[in-house]
Design a protein around this ligand. Structure first.
Ligand code: SF4
Ligand code: SF4
Ligand code: ZN
Length: 352
């Protein structure tokens, strides 16, 4: 039996945009004007008001679809736990979903390490040249200095430095256990982008490292970073993307990495803010739960087996049957304008 909540969400879902016709020809679903060739696929004319209504309608449909998919994933995770003898019984509301990245671990290649080293050395060189030149002039550089701005007035810069250090330090704090559980269940989908961005280490990150390690030299910094490389990393992902996530300690990671939150983490933030943090986070790939972490009272994470034969897509299809009878194949609902119809009487369906 499909989850009741998915059934009701599906039943209340905004219907897909209607196709409308005037004298048998495609017309704007909002104002009824006959559509030119380029606008027929969209079903709305180019008038700003109609475009606005259409964006709103499509945005609404996208958000609802996303919400339904997430509820289906959470329900699938609850069901997948039920099927595991040692699995805890949890309500859908106690579960959060995230994506899962199953690429295998492979040895780090020489070229990958060399590319990272070149990028790191460049960031270090820029930082040292700028900072040392600024010091010689008695000017304190803002930590966010990327080498492209003129040296700043000392007092202003010092204040800025303090504020930036403060916010960057906050980002270095350990994440909420539910967020750590999400990234562990996901295995670092977002770190794939770290490959082409070479760990996202920028001069501003080097400046932060240097503040903590004032005696560090360019060479010792390079060695410190290279020493954190895992021997095996996730194939085609960031050089630091190792078997248990990022191998860089948070205080060496870029501010970009420390601060990044995907939309799954934002959803978890919402649950935390609502006073109902998840007790389990499950990572999904191809609609199936692949990895899950239970969050204990003390914040520790325990990996929990899940039955990957459960498919959130099947659950959705099952719920669609209950909600609407046979699932619709998305056939356009054709509405014709009566010849005398006043276009303005047509609603866009968005409550606009
Ligand atoms: S931030 Fe999101 S995409 Fe990145 S590892 Fe965490 S859960 Fe995965
Ligand atoms: S440095 Fe760490 S957090 Fe940043 S992209 Fe690489 S593996 Fe991910
Ligand atoms: Zn129109």
């Amino acid at each position: 039996m499909a989850d009741k909540n998915i059934v009701s969400l599906l039943a209340e879902q905004t219907p897909p945009p209607k196709r409308v016709y005037r004298r048998g020809r495609p017309a704007c679903r909002y104002c009824g004007v006959e559509l030119v060739a380029g606008a027929r696929g969209r079903g709305a004319c180019d008038a700003p008001d109609c475009r606005k209504k259409d964006r709103r309608l499509r945005g609404q449909i996208r958000r609802e679809k996303d919400e339904i998919e997430v509820v289906a994933m959470r329900a699938a995770a609850a069901r997948a736990l039920e099927r595991v003898p040692s699995g805890p019984a949890l309500a859908v509301e106690e579960i959060a979903a995230t994506c899962h990245f199953s690429a295998p671990l492979v040895a780090l290649e020489r070229e990958e390490v060399d590319a990272f080293r070149t990028s790191l050395e460049h960031a270090i060189r820029i930082t040292f040249i700028r900072q040392d030149a600024a010091r010689a002039q008695g000017v304190e550089l803002a930590e966010e200095d990327d080498g492209s701005t003129p040296l700043q007035d000392g007092a202003v810069a010092a204040e800025l430095v303090f504020k930036i250090f403060e916010s960057r330090d906050v980002l270095e704090q350990p994440a909420h256990p539910a967020q750590s559980a999400a990234c562990a269940a996901c295995r670092g989908r977002c770190c794939e982008r770290g490959t082409e961005n070479l760990g996202y280490i920028r001069p501003a990150d080097i400046a932060r490292f240097r503040r903590r390690n004032p005696d560090a030299t360019p060479a010792s910094m390079v060695e410190a970073y290279l020493a954190q490389l895992p021997s095996r990393h996730v194939r085609n992902s960031c050089v630091f993307h190792g078997p248990v996530g990022c191998s860089l300690p948070r205080d060496m990671r870029s501010t970009f990495c420390n601060g990044f939150k995907c939309h799954w983490l934002h959803r978890i933030d919402d649950m935390i803010a609502a006073g109902a943090p998840p007790r389990l986070v499950a990572g999904f790939e191809a609609h199936r739960p692949r990895k899950a972490f239970l969050i204990e009272e003390d914040g520790s994470l325990v990996e929990t087996p899940v039955d990957s034969s459960i498919n959130s897509e099947d659950l959705l299809a099952e719920a669609a049957v209950v909600a609407r009878g046979e699932p619709s194949c998305g056939e356009a609902d054709q509405t014709s304008f009566p010849e005398s119809s006043e276009a303005a009487s047509l609603g866009g369906g968005t409550g606009s």
